[in-house]
Design a protein around this ligand. Structure first.
Ligand code: 6GU
Length: 243
């Protein structure tokens, strides 16, 4: 997969691309990241890319006569072009899944107050990573790239994302490692017993418990299996018993 990033701050991506799983994915050829400085598409002496809003207001707006040619010159018919903006649709794991199937995506990072509205006609999608405002789309584009790259075959072991939080619509179950006892706190016995059926059921139950407590919104449209409904009853009884 190829990821093209259009930005005014290309150096911000050096460390992102140079470390850990992302670096390994690039070195193994699982993905290619190309960072493009779209200031190069500015023709004027001072390489301006933005201008004041028409009819006033605060901040600066990215100019269509810079960004639209930059988008066109860096994409082909199979490039899925995404504007990074707090006005976009809210980024979720299922969008990461979908995007990981594309051959080529382009992430367009804005700065300042935003994009001239006409730029929106030249992209396929608009993404926001959350309900807060960042100074630019760069960090958001790293978030999106990272979440996609780790899903690509071979970037990490498949099993390590099959159990991810959200992958099955639930938060991930609690994980433990050695030592078996630390500061008087023990790893749950069920995880040490080696009974895979019991462990699977415990993990599902604890996933449900955590999701009910922390992210009940994730359960609103869920179709629960019979086993899940049984576990939820058990959890409710246990939680009531604690009160
Ligand atoms: Cl994609 N860009 C900016 N500037 N702020 C954001 C965002 C994106 N997503 C959430 N906040």
């Amino acid at each position: 997969m190829k990821i093209k990033i259009l930005t005014l701050f290309p150096k911000m991506f050096d460390e992102f691309m140079g470390e850990s799983i992302i670096k390994r994915a690039i070195d193994k050829g699982v993905c290619e990241i190309e960072v493009v400085d779209f200031r190069l598409w500015s023709q004027d002496k001072h390489h301006h890319v933005d201008d004041t809003p028409c009819s006033g207001g605060a901040g600066m707006v990215l100019r269509p006569d810079i960004l639209i040619p930059a988008i066109k010159d860096n994409s082909s018919s199979n490039t899925y072009k995404i504007l990074m903006t707090p006005q976009g649709r809210l980024y979720k794991q299922d969008i990461a899944q979908d995007l990981s199937k594309q051959d080529e995506i382009m992430l367009i990072c804005g700065h300042y107050e935003g994009f001239d509205e006409r730029i929106r006609e030249y992209v396929d999608d608009e993404i926001s990573i959350g309900d807060y405002v960042l100074t630019g789309g760069e960090l958001a584009s790293m978030v999106v790239s990272d979440s996609i790259i780790r899903l690509l075959n071979d970037a990490i072991k498949k099993e390590s994302h099959e159990d991810d939080s959200f992958q099955n619509g639930l938060l991930e179950y609690p994980q433990y490692t050695r030592p078996i006892e630390y500061d008087g706190k023990k790893v749950p016995d069920v995880l040490l017993c080696g009974n895979h059926k019991d462990i699977r059921r415990w993990r599902l139950k604890e996933s449900l418990r955590k999701t009910m407590k922390r992210r009940p919104d994730l359960l609103l449209n869920r179709e629960f299996s019979k086993e899940e409904l049984e576990l939820i009853d058990e959890i409710k009884e246990e939680e009531d018993g604690k009160k």
